[in-house]
Structure formats: C-alpha cells, structure tokens
Design a protein around this ligand. Sequence first.
Ligand SMILES: [Zn+2]
Length: 329
Amino acid sequence: MITSSLKILSLPENLQKIKGPGSNFLPLSWLRLAFLAFLLFFLLLSPAAARELSPQEEKALFSLADLGPVDEASKTVVVETYIAPGPETAACRRMMPLVWNRVQAFYARLGVNLVLQKGGPEPGPLAPARHLRVEMLTHKQWLARSFKAFEVAPPFRLRFLQVCRDKCAFAHLPLSVIHVSFQTFQEAEARPKLRKDDQSNRDWLANLLIHEMGHLLGLYHAHEFVNDPVAEYLPDGKTPNFMSHEIAFKSKLGWVDFQKRMIHSYLGQGKVYQQYAQVNFDPLSYLALIKKYNGYREPKSGKKGRLQKKTGKAGNSGTNDLDQENGVD
Ligand SMILES: [Zn+2]
C-alpha cells in the first residue's frame, strides 16, 4: 500500500522525466483525471446530486410515520455568530451573552450541543446541519441580505418590503444562515402594552433564536398543519411549542418527542436529512412533499384570524408573528 501510494505521489515527477516528443498524451490524460476527480468532488458536494425518485420511492422517503432508526446521542453543531458593528446594535452586543446561554441550555436539553464561534463579516464554510451562522444586523444590512437571499430584483423590492414589515428574522437557504434585524426586534418589544424589563426582552430574543435555529435543524412550524404530531401548546395548555409563533416574552418553551426525533434524524444524516437533501434544502418544497405524503392538512384561514383576535391586532402583531409564515423564515 505504501509503495503504491508513493508511486502515485511521485507520478508528476515521472511525467517530467519521460516528457519528450510524443509524450503529450500523458499530461493530457493527467488533466482528464484531474477533471474527473474535480467532477466527482463537485457531484459529491452538490445538493443537486439528489437523484430523481420514482413515485413509490418519494412516498417512502417523505413519510414521517416511520423515521427509521434515530440515534438520539448528543450531537454537535457549530454556530458562527456575527453582530454588525455600530451604535444600532450596541444593545444587542450587551444582550447576546445571556441570550446565547439560554439558547444553548434549551438545545442541550434536546441533546444538541451548540458550539459558538465568533464569525467575521463574511461567512465561514457553512454546511446544512453542521456549520451554521447567526447574523445580528442593522436594519439596512438585513434588508440588503434579504433581497439577496430571496433573489428579489429591484422592481419587486417595494412589495417585498411589505412582506418584511414587522418581520425581524429569516432562516435562509440552504438552511444554514439566520439573520436578524435587531432594530425591528427592538421596535416590536418597545410597543405599548408589552412588558420590557431586561429579563423578558432577553427571553424573547432567545426564544426567537431558539425558534429560528429549529428551522435550521430541520423543523417546520407547529401551526403548519392541523393533524400532525406537533401542537402549538404542550398538553399543559400554557407552554408554547418552540416552533409556534407564541413565543414572545415566554420564559419557558417546550417540544414534543416527534420534534426531538426529527432533529436527531436530521443532524445524524438520517431520514429527515435525506428528505431535505432531496429538495436541495428548500423548506417550501420540503413542506409540499411532507403535506402530500402524510395527509397533513393546513389550518383554515380562520385560524390566523383567531390568533389576531387573541392579540387584538390586525395583521402581524409583533407578539406572535416574528418571522415569515411560508416556511422560509
Ligand atoms: Zn418560523
């Protein structure tokens, strides 16, 4: 084995030695080999490597009735954290250490070890389920990144701004970046009638990150379907599910076992990871297939009305609707 490895390693040298008239073929085949190796490398890395499935295969893959074997041993995910410099995010810099404590403690209970790394302005080597990034941005930066991430061209940006109104966080494709507009968060928490002592503000920001991280760990909204195993509240009737939109100022969030198994299946490269890989980590395509093959039903539009009534406001209240409704948040 060692000898043959050495031979391979010294191949370019040999090529040099025998180079002469008529030897052009060898460098050419070397180039071909390098090209093929590059192609193979690219195909292995590329999410587009997902092959087309037969209807039966697709049905089997996207069924959530049986997630197959799920290893629930503790898993580690690296999270780059970046806070934009400047006065607009000064309060954020003060809050974040305690906020992250709460986010890490929540995920530790789920068996997920979030290892924080201080990130620079440009992302490191991000990868779904392994190396994620959370950006706390000025509102201007947040809008610019949202336009870019959602590929919004200038004529449509005004409309997109309407969609963004009152939103302060999105999880981005391919499920590896969360970016938060700290200004929008502050505006929401400063609204009249909302409590705003430091502890509950921190709880809210932590809950927002816990929720968004949930998307990056393979979960969809608790309110997405009416007949799936994920209710918006735990059986006690008062602890909100962390993937619901009822998370503002709540000091405690919960989950159901199904969500824990989904996270571990995703992080352990199990069935849920394969499902996302099949749709290139696009949550909208993912939801469509989950809905189709599990017979899940979306709530009637009246349900949203109920939430609005509960918070006494039309449209997004800021208390329960911090992110995008359509699964790309
Ligand atoms: Zn969400």
